[in-house]
Design a protein around this ligand. Structure first.
Ligand code: PAN
Ligand code: ZN
Length: 191
């Protein structure tokens, strides 16, 4: 295992910007249009309004070695696609036995979780919420507010990201805008 030097990153709670980001990932609607329940509406937005930024991740990259603790911020922009709130792709950890901690920095979000055995859970997050993603739970975050939803994540370097399972099956639950609030409903197309 590498002996790294201690380091520090300043985090802007409102924008999620890191003073020292090793990488920035931008996910646009065109990257994940098929993940929204209303694919027709996603296609219509892309055709009529053009692409839009859904979320942005900035992180500190570390070697994929036991005990290294990568961390990043995620900023999800407000909005919805056919009533389904802007969200991350969501994933299981490739090593299912690795958990994660999320810490809310600003805005309002929902953390949707599910297991392969069929359990589901939703956790509301605001600034100051420390949410625990236990091993074996897939996780997706959703912006249910009118401002950016920004949070900080910390995980173990060997966790890895399995996006394929969610790309194939979707999430069991959808977070929809209903009367201006968030409603979590069963995904009729799951699986
Ligand atoms: C988070 C996520 C981040 C973006 O850091 O990677 O919020 O979501 P997606 O990875 O689903 O696009 C995390 O859970 N890391 O393991
Ligand atoms: Zn994760």
């Amino acid at each position: 295992m590498d002996l790294l030097q201690p380091s520090k990153t300043e985090v802007d709670f409102t924008t999620g910007r890191l003073s020292r980001a090793d990488y920035t990932i931008q996910r646009k609607l065109s990257d994940m249009a098929a993940m929204y329940a209303d694919r027709d509406e996603a296609a219509r937005i892309l055709a009529d309004e053009g692409d839009r930024l859904i979320y942005e991740v900035q992180g500190v990259e570390l070697p994929e070695q036991e005990g290294q603790i990568p961390h990043c911020t995620t900023r999800i922009l407000p909005g919805d696609v056919g009533g389904e709130f802007h969200m991350t792709k969501g994933h299981y950890h490739a090593r299912r036995e690795q958990g994660e901690v999320y810490f809310g920095l600003s805005g309002r979000g929902l953390l949707l979780l599910q297991t392969e055995a069929g359990a589901t859970s939703e956790i509301e997050m605001v600034a100051g919420s420390a949410a625990y993603v236990p091993p074996f739970w897939a996780h997706r975050t959703v912006n249910i507010g009118a401002e950016d939803f920004v949070f900080f994540s910390v995980w173990e370097a060997r966790a890895g990201h399995d996006y394929g399972t969610i790309e194939r099956d979707g999430f069991r639950k959808l977070a929809l805008r209903r009367d201006g609030e968030a409603a979590v409903v069963d995904n009729p197309r799951y699986g």
